[in-house]
Design a binder for this molecule. Structure first.
Ligand code: ZN
Length: 496
């Protein structure tokens, strides 16, 4: 076969698979936003059908032949050329998909679609028993595909191992636990109560959309809707869907959840449209995706320079709530450190301890050291041990996140990797461009976004995630910039 024709055929097939995935993504987005509850069974069938089609296309023997034809030819001579990257990643994905039988893929899609619905009801009623049989089924489906946690990790963060992660978490636990304790006991205290006053939801929505637009989110190619558990969806070029939530008595929740999802959205909107539908036009990994979200949420959104620009606007929007609040107490309030039950509301310092708990528990569930029925007790023990608090019910405990209901075991660690990468990338961007403080204070975020576009977004999957971080920052994944950044910022704020 002519190598050019073979390559075109591989790309055509790649785009077809991505197109099917984007249809499924849109249906999943709709399920979590606007679908009436009665549609749940039919939606599960639609998603299972598409998952089956995707599996057929991804494992088609002819696709295997085409990739085989290409993998040792001149196209892969320069391993960083787009053609070589696409061949490398298509081969990896083909191998991964051909390991799984079609029936299992369909069954997993069907069960997790139903399980997510049951989880949402169970969470609302704080009723773990309702969710238990579904959790057990999902674990056995995951156990059927891969006995080892390493294999699940491979799906989300290729190249990252269980042992490598355990070392990274050890270092974070060693550094962050004493820092969290010192901050909790510090004499200087913020007043986070100012964020829990009356913040009308509609005004929050408008304020947060204006923040999203100011940092660079393109509403012509995306939208933000409301949901219970916020997420982002990659529908395709020109269509990035984000979701968020607003609570009338909490300003912080809405603005930081929105900035987080906007960070994901900026990454998708920055991917190279010429390579859409191929690995070169796709995100490097989940953890790199998460790094973009955490970077905009925390390193930008919780900085003093950011609020120097946005606080006057916030005061005009929420006249009553913020009438007696000045910039510095507000900045201190959005950086309050206190142990909480809910991961998505956690501060930057304790956040990684929430992930550590989930990492340890899901590993124990998959290896069957922990029985699903014992999860609520194990969860409470872990929170007492790591954060010194015990959730009053399972809605504030093991039912709070939807990941396990969606079958996403091995996903949680990518959040902490995201924090680690974010700190490295932000430090590298400031080394290259100088401090962003002045620009942020003027409401100008284009310098940072431009650097991220060039060094992360436009690179697609050119490098495996760990290499991308090394290439962009000059060092392999390293928790030190994260730890040092937190020590510096919170040391100043709390005067310790
Ligand atoms: Zn995220």
């Amino acid at each position: 076969m002519d190598v050019r024709i073979a390559y075109q055929e591989m790309i055509r097939r790649s785009r077809e698979i991505v197109l099917l995935a984007s249809c499924a993504e849109l249906l999943a987005w709709d399920e979590d936003t606007y679908m009436p509850p009665g549609g749940v069974e039919n939606r599960a069938r639609q998603l299972a059908y598409l998952a089956g089609l995707q599996h057929d296309r991804s494992t088609d023997a002819h696709l295997g032949d085409v990739i085989d034809e290409l993998k040792d030819r001149e196209l892969v001579r320069d391993p960083l050329a787009p053609e070589a990257v696409n061949i490398r990643e298509m081969l990896r994905s083909f191998k991964r998909h051909t390991r799984l039988p079609r029936e299992l893929v369909e069954e997993t899609a069907r069960v997790s679609s139903l399980a997510q619905h049951e989880w949402a009801v169970a969470r609302q009623d704080a009723d773990f028993q309702r969710f238990l049989p579904w959790l057990a089924r999902i674990i056995s489906l995951n156990g059927g595909t891969a006995k080892l946690y390493d294999a699940l990790l491979e799906d989300f963060e290729p190249g990252m191992t269980d042992a490598g992660l355990a070392r990274l978490f050890d270092e974070l636990r060693r550094e962050l636990t004493p820092l969290a304790t010192a901050l909790t006991q510090a004499r200087r205290r913020p007043n986070p109560g100012v964020l829990r006053r009356d913040y009308p939801v509609e005004r929050q929505r408008l304020f947060n959309e204006s923040v999203a637009e100011a940092v660079g989110f393109d509403f012509n190619c995306g939208r933000i809707d409301a949901t219970t558990h916020p997420f982002f969806s990659t529908i395709g070029p020109g269509d990035t869907r984000l979701t968020t939530r607003h609570h009338p008595a909490s300003f912080g929740d809405g603005v930081f959840v929105t900035l987080h999802e906007v960070g994901h959205g900026l990454y998708d909107q920055g991917l190279d449209p010429d390579h859409a539908g191929t690995p070169m036009g796709d995100a490097a990994s989940l953890a790199v995706h998460e790094s973009q979200a955490r970077l905009w949420e925390n390193l930008v959104g919780r900085s003093r320079a950011f609020w120097k620009h946005f606080f006057p606007r916030a005061r005009r929007t929420f006249r009553t709530a913020l009438a007696d609040v000045a910039l510095d107490p507000f900045y201190f309030a959005v950086n309050a450190v206190e142990p909480t039950f809910i991961r998505v509301q956690a501060d930057e310092v304790t956040y990684n301890l929430h992930i550590l708990i989930r990492f340890e528990l899901e590993r124990a569930l998959i290896t069957e050291e922990l029985k699903p029925a014992d999860l609520p007790d194990a969860w409470s023990r872990a929170y007492r041990h790591h954060l010194g608090i015990t959730p009053a019910n399972d809605a504030d405990g093991c039912l709070q996140d939807g990941h396990w209901a969606a079958g996403q075991f091995g996903y949680f660690p990518t959040y902490t990797l995201g924090n680690v990468y974010a700190a490295q990338l932000f430090a590298a961007a400031e080394r290259a461009c100088g401090s962003f403080d002045e620009a942020f204070a003027r409401g100008d975020f284009s310098g940072l976004l431009g650097w991220l576009r060039a060094h992360v977004h436009r690179e697609g999957m050119r490098y495996p995630a760990v290499r991308l971080i090394e290439h962009a920052t000059g060092s392999p994944p390293d928790p030190r910039p994260l730890v040092e950044g937190l020590r510096r910022k919170y040391g100043e704020l709390y005067g310790i």
